[in-house]
Design a protein around this ligand. Structure first.
Ligand SMILES: C[S@@+](CC[C@H](N)C(=O)[O-])C[C@H]1O[C@@H](n2cnc3c(N)ncnc32)[C@H](O)[C@@H]1O
Length: 268
């Protein structure tokens, strides 16, 4: 079970500094949403607000509005430093959008958030409610059928330590497959415009940087369920396995695979 109470100022700050992968693939989602001047965008699980700031500056124009909603107060604190006349940041979860009116938004985005949500039906129902007829939803999520390299490494380390794969908290615990995502969107009432899996190459200067990225992206949940000696053993195995991804220049090259989906609320 993911906890939303384990974040620290250091992890939040680190996420802000090393979340280029999420920031970069988030831009594909923003483009797929075809935002226009004057649009109202809700960014669910906005983290430290980097993507919502970009949307406010370059996608919705001065008369549009971007609302960054994020459950971790330390990350909202950072997002608020990015706030502007057309960009606000608020503490809250995707499961409860009751502060927003029916049909308030032209678009909703969840970038690298969906795989953290245990109750997807509830979040999708809320997103559907707050969208205008014809409004769009954009989701990027870890794909169950094509785990990231780091997730495969963690799974192997768990096996080597006699632990079940179900333990792998920190490596996106609520992943969905292509087919599940399509079904969930349709069940919530969306027309599915597009779903595809994209592959991304990430470079890290060393093995610690790759682990720091996983830890900051997991807001304190990374291997958190293990006692210290088990955790140390797992980390040692993961470091060792990561070293095998080292390139000639010393950096690590790891691949991530993400589902990208765009859906539309039918016109009334
Ligand atoms: C990997 S970060 C992505 C942040 C941001 N969307 C980005 O592109 O950088 C995942 C985010 O999902 C948020 N999250 C986790 N559970 C959530 C929930 N139930 N509702 C909304 N956001 C949630 C976390 O707090 C975290 O900030």
């Amino acid at each position: 079970m993911t906890s939303l109470t384990l974040d620290t100022p250091a992890l939040a700050q680190q996420y802000d500094e090393i979340s280029d992968p999420q920031y970069e693939h988030g831009q594909f989602l923003l483009q797929a949403l075809s935002l226009k001047a004057g649009d109202q965008l809700l960014d669910i699980g906005a983290g430290t607000g980097r993507l919502s700031e970009l949307a406010a500056r370059h996608h919705v124009g001065p008369h549009g509005q971007v609302t960054a909603l994020e459950p971790l107060p330390l990350r909202v604190e950072i997002a608020r430093k990015r706030a502007s006349a057309n960009h606000t940041a608020e503490v809250g979860q995707g499961e409860d959008l009751s502060r927003y009116a029916d049909g308030q938004f032209d678009a909703v985005i969840l970038n690298s958030v969906y795989h953290w949500l245990p109750d997807k039906a509830r979040v999708l129902a809320e997103a559907f409610r707050v969208l205008k007829p014809g409004g769009r939803i954009g989701i990027s999520s870890a794909a169950r059928e094509r785990p990231h390299d780091i997730q495969q490494i963690i799974s192997r380390a768990l096996g080597q330590n006699g632990l079940g794969r179900g333990h792998a908290i920190g490596s996106t615990p609520y992943k969905v497959s292509f087919a599940e995502l399509a079904k969930q969107l349709e069940h919530a009432g969306f027309l599915v415009d597009e779903i595809r899996i994209r592959r991304f190459a990430d470079r890290f200067p060393n093995t610690q940087a790759a682990l720091d990225f996983s830890a900051a992206s997991s807001f304190g949940n990374f291997l958190n369920e293990f006692l210290p000696d088990v955790r140390s053993s797992l980390l040692a195995d993961i470091h060792h396995a990561l070293a095998q991804y080292r390139q000639a220049d010393g950096s690590l090259l790891l691949y991530r695979n993400l589902l990208f989906a765009v859906g539309k609320k039918p016109n009334a």
